[in-house]
Design a protein around this ligand. Structure first.
Ligand SMILES: Cc1ncc(COP(=O)(O)O)c(C=O)c1O
Length: 434
């Protein structure tokens, strides 16, 4: 066994083993799965999903004396089966726009568990939210005014206001959202105006929301967000039963050098302590506390499996070209995320070469892994990239006519198809001939 490579195993779901010199997840040999189902293939380990959900439940029960909920951020990955999984956990689902609302509704998620988000909701999004969501997080005053007109004909669901606290968490600039000048939410003055509109028109305003960014490991900046939000709540004065959500965004390790994974307990403890102290200092009753994680629930459960098509030596660099890339995982192209991988066969064999792993698409930015040490791999072999469960498939595209991958849910030897592989005829379904 090679120690460099054993360090990569904790990036995979906890059920991952190496048996007969092949990688297994949740009792399934990935070589056989890839041969049978084709690649790129995404698998989700159900026990890993459940374990992350249990952690949120356990730590919130232990540290928050009031009511709480977890809202799964559907933007991380939403399909019917995942929406049903989240609903079975008793979680709310954060849906951005009417597309995600439709997925949740079709999955049978109850109205009270659907929370409508979005920074620039169209009137169609708002109508869908009014019809199907139990809560709407209002991002801006224009949206609130359109909701006010809709309220002439229909009763609105609960409204929370999205606050821009003026500070973000430490993360890639593209995933920071809480700072002044960000496109998300309303500053203090706009929130006070929104409160005035809600009160004058008897709109059901019951909560405040903020989200300072995604993929962070240091919870400290949340303290500032919580303080500013609670100051505002004190100024506004909410009803006895009120809701506060400090968003989601707790990080995950994508590479062995970033292990261990940031503990969910640390995140929950930080928020609940800051909230308890902040409410006590200001004499506020405790709100219903809503956490809104996406990737820390689903990222680690997902593994992407690709087949090597070509191994190409070009001067100082060896490219291992596989059958997926930025069309199913644009995260390296977007944020420079550093991933790792193992070969599916002989996963722990001594690495012989430093290679780059890229996809088949017509962009030099179509890279999955810039540099990784691997044994000499052959064309036709499979590789597995861990921590692939969040913001891959939900950000996927049909670039170069790419077909979206098949997605399987695995549980202790049982398998369920979450999504079928897209087919070439589906690519022209929306087209109209001239
Ligand atoms: C409003 C909001 N809530 C929650 C999340 C979830 O973030 P993560 O998946 O990093 O936990 C996001 C991510 O962009 C978001 O914008």
């Amino acid at each position: 066994m090679n120690s460099t490579l054993t360090q990569r195993l904790p990036l995979f779901p906890a059920s991952t083993t190496v048996a007969n010199d092949s990688l297994k997840v949740s009792g399934f040999d990935l070589q056989l799965l890839a041969e049978k189902h084709g690649t790129p293939l995404y698998i989700y380990d159900k026990l890993e999903l459940d374990a992350a959900a249990d952690k949120y439940r356990e730590f919130l029960n232990a540290s928050w004396p009031g009511k709480w909920s977890v809202t799964y951020a559907g933007k991380a990955f939403l399909c019917t089966g995942i929406a049903q999984w989240a609903a079975n956990q008793g979680f709310y689902i954060d849906c951005t726009g009417r597309g995600e609302i439709n997925i949740a509704v079709k999955a049978g998620v109850s109205k009270d568990k659907i929370l409508a988000h979005g920074v620039n909701k169209s009137t169609e999004d708002l109508k869908s939210a009014v019809a199907y969501a139990g809560t709407i997080v209002v991002d801006n005053l224009s949206e609130l005014k359109r909701l006010l007109s809709l309220s002439q004909a229909q009763t609105l669901p609960d409204l929370w206001l999205r606050f821009q606290p003026g500070s973000s968490v430490e993360t890639h600039a593209y995933t920071q959202t809480g700072h002044s000048g960000s496109k998300f939410g309303m500053d203090r003055v706009q929130i006070l105006e929104a409160v005035r509109i809600c009160r004058e028109n008897n709109l059901p305003l019951v909560g405040l929301h903020f989200h300072q960014g995604s993929q962070f490991r240091d919870p400290e900046p949340l303290g500032d967000g919580i303080d500013r939000a609670l100051d505002l709540v004190q100024e506004i004065g909410f009803p006895e039963t009120w809701h506060l959500s400090p968003g989601g965004g707790w990080g995950i390790s994508y590479h062995e050098e970033d292990l261990p994974h940031p503990p969910i307990e640390m995140y929950v403890d930080f928020i609940t302590s800051a909230m308890l102290e902040g409410c006590r200092k200001r004499g506020l009753t405790l709100p219903i506390l809503h956490l809104e994680p996406g990737r820390s629930l689903v990222a680690r459960a997902g593994v992407a499996i690709y087949q090597i098509g070509t191994v190409k030596d070009v001067g100082a660099r060896t490219w291992v070209l596989v059958d997926g890339g930025m069309a199913d995982n644009p995260r390296h192209a977007l944020y420079g995320t550093r991933y790792s991988c193992l070969t599916v066969a002989h996963p722990l064999a001594r690495p012989e070469k430093n290679v780059s792993i890229a996809g088949p698409y017509c962009e030099s930015g179509d890279v999955l892994i810039e540099q990784v040490d691997l044994r000499n791999v052959q064309e036709g072999e499979f590789i597995a990239i861990p921590v692939s469960g969040a913001y891959h498939l939900s950000m996927s595209s049909n670039y170069n006519g790419a077909l979206r991958p098949e997605v399987l849910l695995l549980e202790n030897g049982e398998m369920h198809t979450l999504q079928k592989r897209e087919t070439p005829p589906e690519l022209t379904q929306r087209d109209v001939s001239t």
